[in-house]
Ligand binder design. Sequence first.
Ligand SMILES: Cc1cc2nc3c(=O)[nH]c(=O)nc-3n(C[C@H](O)[C@H](O)[C@H](O)COP(=O)(O)O)c2cc1C
Length: 418
Amino acid sequence: MTNKLLSKHVLFRHRDVENIGDIKIYVANDGYKAMERALKQLKPLDITNEVKAAGLRGRGGAGFPAGVKWGFIPQNISPRYIVVNGDESEPGTFKDREIMESNPHQFIEGVILCAYAVGAETAYIYGRGEFKSTFRILQQAVDEAYRQGFLGQNILGTNFSLNIYLHLGAGAYVCGEETALLNSLEGVMGQPRSRPPFPAVAGLYAKPTVINNVETLTNVPPIILNGASWYRQFGTEKSPGTKIFSLSGRVNKPGNYELPLGLPIRYLIEECGGGVIEGKAVKGILPSGASSSIIGADKLDVTMDYEAMAAAGTMLGSASFIILDETINAVWAAEKNIKFFKHESCGKCSPCREGTHWLKAVYHKLQDGRGTMEDVAMLTNIIDQMDGNCFCLLGEFVVPGVRTSLALFKAEYEALAK
Ligand SMILES: Cc1cc2nc3c(=O)[nH]c(=O)nc-3n(C[C@H](O)[C@H](O)[C@H](O)COP(=O)(O)O)c2cc1C
């Protein structure tokens, strides 16, 4: 397995092509070729099998194999739906937006291939409320694809038809959680549903539904065009392919970087990000935005793949690496995340609703100079009560950040407490 550095082979393969958002330019650069081959030469199951063989894992956070998910869709129930998750509200994640704005047709082609694979004739692309300008660009691209005969009835003269609808939410982090997203899309309050049933069986309007992230589906055209073994030349055995890493925080060059999975964190910070601002020392790394367990500078050589990050006590998630340096106070940083979670908690379950409320209050007291060691102990008490008891993962995501912040930076908490 070879790792090719700084790759532009899969997701950003057209990054240097001017006006790639124009359908003519995209077509001139192998665009919609995978779709044509699929519709004219391949059976739907061939697409699912190729994506399975490529080992493509969901890029929305959980890393579930995309082809396996498509294989769960019952073929004897109609209609079947595709729902694309473009909510992208995790602090530090900004990759889906770049994909949709800069190369919308590769993404749309991925949606078409997914729909063909599972026999869906309707796809919804759900975006966070703030993505108005992004969705204007995407809508133009969808309209172009209709005019070109790549969407609508009997695409390329085949029996396959697909309509794509864009839908903006009201701007809520919880609507990135797939069942809350489905509720929001159906026009009811964006709060999570209990599972089972899983969306593959009873999703949108209680019909079989594939929910995939924008980046996940954008991988599919190059996989179908070049084959699973080509895709597997990037990344590791269990985490094949490339991934967009959104790098932010105290680095010189924040941005989106497409890299093969399996490179060390140090590579992302130093080679891509140009190192830490003013050459300061790394203090902590949040590899998956606010939802992460924080890891310290001793983990800079851990490789960025699903397995190694889990073994290091954190997760790759959506790969939004926020870098804290020695100038950042850990309690201040933790409080910022807690304010976010308190604001975004949907209120459906008490552990999350009450837990985030009390965490925010205790952090505020500490920051205000009124905290005591009992308050520091109270933080652990609160997260212990949330841990494993929240209705959805939003509340569960709060726990590891606070727990690891307390463990790694205990002295900074104690310094604030009387
Ligand atoms: C609170 C919360 C927020 C989430 N936000 C997003 C998001 O913005 N985008 C996304 O693709 N997945 C998000 N997810 C994960 C989705 O529930 C789901 O796993 C994902 O869309 C599946 O697509 P994938 O298999 O292609 O990754 C979130 C999950 C939770 C619990």
